[in-house]
Design a protein around this ligand. Structure first.
Ligand code: AMP
Ligand code: MG
Length: 273
């Protein structure tokens, strides 16, 4: 199909390049339009279902999807809309919260490594080890001398996973400050969304520029050939969903997962009665 790899190429963060988020339009839909988005998404989800079935059957490699974004960027919505394509058997979602005392008593990758997908599985991280250079950096939760070493540590950790058969793909959902304001307001106004809103979100919002700088450092320093970042313009949910589905499907497609042959030769013409 013409242009199938276009979004993957366009939205990739080329390793070792400096990312400036103010140069990326969070409302860009890269030539896609809302009218055909439904069909495009459906096609992407169908590809994903088929690919996951093969990956699960073959059970020799795993896929790790990392989702990051500022509050209200749409991490939960992406999981609901895109990962709904997967058979829940063979797929796991981990949402990383404020570390527990036990987690804090270990190194920061301890809780993450326990949740990486096993062979045949697709693991989805809603937030991830990147919080340890995002919220931790913005709030000075550990000294700079500690967090500044983590970019290289994370690259090495991800390389180790990749070397043992885990394909890693990382999505940064990029919304504008105004879009976040509208989404927070909607959470505040809608009783069905109150549970998502907390006053603390406003304190985080006040640190917008610090978060942008922290995300820029992440994208500039940790997009690697073995664990690339994609910046997804996420002001429009329909584009966000189709871009994530498309890039993820292309990524798994490259693995060419295929149904294994039977464990023992099947007798010809067997009729099972
Ligand atoms: P939510 O994703 O809205 O459920 O919120 C989870 C909260 O956990 C966010 O405020 C994150 O910043 C916070 N969080 C996740 N990982 C860490 C971490 N390693 N250190 C501190 N806070 C974290
Ligand atoms: Mg939240």
């Amino acid at each position: 199909m013409a242009g199938r790899h276009a979004l993957r190429d366009t939205l990739l963060v080329t390793p070792k390049t400096k990312v400036r988020l103010d140069r990326i339009d969070p409302s860009d839909s890269h030539g896609h339009d809302r009218e055909s988005a439904g069909l495009e998404l459906a096609a992407g989800l169908e590809r994903l279902s088929d690919l996951q079935d093969r990956l699960w059957a073959q059970a020799n490699r795993s896929v790790l999807v990392v989702l990051q974004g500022i509050d209200a960027a749409g991490k939960d919505g992406t999981i609901r809309h895109v990962m709904g394509a997967f058979n829940p058997q063979g797929c796991s979602v981990t949402s990383f919260k404020v570390p527990t005392p036990i987690e804090l008593a270990h190194d920061y990758l301890w809780r993450v490594h326990q949740r990486t997908p096993a062979k045949g599985e697709i693991g989805i991280f809603n937030r991830s080890h990147y919080e340890d250079v995002l919220v931790v950096r913005v709030h000075d939760l550990v000294p700079k001398s500690v967090w500044s070493k983590r970019y290289d540590q994370i690259n090495e950790f991800e390389q180790r996973l990749a070397d043992s058969g885990t394909t890693i793909v990382k999505f940064f959902l990029w919304i504008s400050r105004e879009e976040q304001r509208e989404r927070f307001q909607a959470r505040y106004d809608d009783p069905r969304k109150h549970w998502k809103f907390s006053m603390g979100d406003l304190d985080e919002r006040a640190r917008w520029d610090d978060y942008v700088a922290a995300f820029e450092a992440v994208l500039s320093r940790t997009s690697t050939p073995w664990a690339p970042w994609y910046v997804i313009p996420a002001n429009r949910n329909w584009f966000r969903n189709l871009a994530v589905a498309d890039i993820l499907a292309d990524t798994i497609d490259d693995l060419n997962p295929s149904y294994p042959a039977p464990r023992e030769p099947l007798p010809e013409g067997l009729v099972i009665e």
